[in-house]
Design a protein around this ligand. Structure first.
Ligand SMILES: [Zn+2]
Length: 260
């Protein structure tokens, strides 16, 4: 998963499972991450917005912003509370995309970030649940999911990247490619990258030209790879690897792929 804030700090101001509320009969279902009003909040992984709405106001009239529940393919739900967000239910959102921004809660602006292990389209009251022995006994919250079995400590996951660093999409060319090699979708990607630059274009028209890339590596592709290697000073005519997509050529192609 990706970290939901643009900072590398993992330190919550309120941890997972800590006793919560005046009577200490609840446990915190997520973690509170200190943030500044208007900081961006990012989706942790690809998923669909299963529920979003207003958290309402407290008796003093303080607005607690909106919540977003985000259903992921692996069955987990991540939740983001106290944000300003315009995403709508049913929207399909890629991991790393902006979900919203931190709501201004004066001195207490923070993201409540939670991970739920079951399908629950219901926000828990004030981010906390009764202790297990009190489930079913506390006020109007009698149908709350059990704690902690329906929840996971968000800090038990590994986060691949901070949003302060760019998201690197998976690069599909993983093997060496040369003239006559087995056909594959990676060759089409190679041709598409080469076609972005007029100097390394496979062909101006017809097969191999922009929009007509193919999955086979022939003479035109080999020549384009050679021009690419010369242009980027990877290798030259008469030297090893000329016209062959090996590790160094691949890594240069990857740069151009990710900056596309
Ligand atoms: Zn919280």
């Amino acid at each position: 998963m990706q970290w939901p804030l643009g900072t590398s700090s993992r330190k919550p101001s309120q941890g997972f499972g800590v006793p919560w509320s005046n009577n200490q009969r609840k446990q915190h279902t997520g973690i509170d991450l200190p943030a500044k009003a208007a900081d961006q909040v990012f989706a942790c992984a690809n998923g669909t917005v299963s529920k979003t709405g207003d958290l309402g106001r407290d008796p003093n009239g303080n607005d607690y912003g909106r919540f977003v529940l985000f259903q992921h393919d692996d069955g987990l739900i991540t939740c983001y509370l106290h944000i300003d967000s315009q995403v709508s239910e049913g929207a399909s959102i890629r991991g790393g995309s902006v979900l919203g921004t931190i709501k201004d809660l004066k001195a207490n602006s923070h993201l409540h970030f939670g991970v739920w292990s079951g399908k629950r389209n219901k926000i828990t009251p004030r981010g906390a649940l009764p202790f297990p022995q009190f489930v079913g006994t506390v006020g109007p919250f009698f149908d709350d999911p059990a704690f902690p079995s329906s929840f996971v400590d968000p800090l038990s996951f590994t986060y691949t990247a901070d949003q302060s660093s760019p998201v690197i999409p998976d690069f599909p060319i993983k093997r060496d490619l040369s003239k006559g090699c087995t056909e594959g979708p990676d060759i089409k990607v190679l041709q598409q990258i080469l076609n972005k630059d007029p100097q390394t274009r496979i062909a101006m028209s017809g097969p191999g030209s922009p929009g007509q890339e193919s999955s086979s590596f022939g003479g035109l592709t080999e020549k384009a790879v050679q021009r690419f290697q010369e242009k980027h000073h990877i290798t030259a005519v008469g030297h090893p690897g000329y016209g062959v997509v090996g590790p160094r050529t691949r890594s240069k192609l990857q740069e151009l792929f990710t900056t596309a």
